[in-house]
Design a protein around this ligand. Structure first.
Ligand SMILES: *Cc1c(COP(=O)(O)O)cnc(C)c1O
Length: 298
């Protein structure tokens, strides 16, 4: 537990960065960016927060190791591998895709930090929530603590909820959403005055809201949040050349590093919504930069 304490005592500075943009002035809005990408060099952004109490639980159970799931550029597996190394706990990653990916920067880092990788095809990967598939994994990795994809589980919520303590009053908190764990964690401690808006970075129509309710049931009756589902740009990790150029332009205009899968896509969606008058004049907006810049090495 000593190493866990050390890991979480030594967080870098996640500052609140004010940004300027003509569109903000035009619509009477202020925008700050909460720079969670600066929390830790390798355990990036929201993964640092989501893993906090999951790791503590695994350590308290004296787990033989940590096992989780992700794609070949997974920020979650990258963060988990780094955390395992910092804590002295073995890690295993179940990766969707071909073994050739093992040489990419994300998985090379993970292997260097001691993570063993197992590559599975899309069909097998789809079974990652099924009891018999998980039982097979548990048999091959005895005593390992199994963490869902993206680290999104109920124990991820309290670590994310702590973020509110670092924020000033605001009308709107805005963030990218994939598996919904970060959003659910924020809703679990949402101050009444603040609306939370999640920009889905994948095609989440029809299931994403239910996933959030599944992690945090009171969200189903909470009017203080919304999902923006039409800014996914064609799907997860898809980004047109025009959107890519727009993200680069935003990154330069705001002086904030962005990548096209999460922070860039969501911030682009936010600016398009601002242009369309979706945010009430006078609102103080905070955008949560969830990190993940390592993935931009692709
Ligand atoms: C994992 C990730 C997200 C998505 O978070 P969820 O809790 O899965 O919705 C957002 N941004 C970055 C940079 C991520 O790595």
């Amino acid at each position: 537990m000593h190493r866990w304490q050390q890991l979480y005592d030594r967080a870098g500075a996640s500052v609140l960065q004010p940004v300027r943009h003509a569109l903000l002035d035009h619509h009477g809005l202020t925008l700050h960016i909460k720079r969670d990408d600066r929390l830790h060099a390798f355990i990036s952004g929201n993964k640092w927060r989501k893993l906090k109490y999951v790791l503590r639980q695994a350590l308290s159970e004296r787990a033989a190791g940590l096992l989780s799931f992700g794609g070949a550029w997974s920020n979650h597996l990258h963060a988990l591998a780094a955390a395992g190394q910092a804590l002295g706990v073995p890690t295993a990653g179940i990766v969707r895709g071909e073994p050739e990916y093992a040489g990419n920067p994300t998985l090379s880092d993970a292997r260097a930090w001691g993570m063993t990788l197992e590559f599975v095809d899309r069909q097998s990967y789809r079974r990652r929530h099924e009891a018999d598939f998980l039982a097979g994994l548990a048999a091959r990795h005895p005593g390992f603590y199994i963490i869902p994809e993206g680290g999104s589980c109920v124990l991820a919520l309290p670590g994310v909820a702590e973020l509110w303590r670092e924020l000033p009053p605001c009308e709107e908190l805005i963030l990218p959403v994939a598996s919904g764990g970060t959003l659910a964690g924020l809703l679990s401690a949402r101050p009444g005055r603040t609306r939370v808006t999640g920009y889905a970075v994948l095609k989440g129509q029809g299931w994403l809201a239910d996933t959030v309710h599944g992690l945090y049931a009171p969200a189903a009756h909470d009017p203080g949040w919304q999902l923006r589902l039409n800014h996914h740009g064609g799907g997860y990790a898809k980004c047109s050349p025009a959107d890519r150029a727009a993200i680069t332009e935003l990154s330069e205009a705001l002086a904030v590093p962005l990548e096209p899968v999460y922070s860039g896509k969501a911030l682009l969606g936010l600016f398009r919504d601002i242009e369309a008058g979706h945010y009430a004049p006078g609102s103080r907006l905070i955008f949560l930069h969830t990190g993940g810049l390592q993935g931009a090495r692709s």
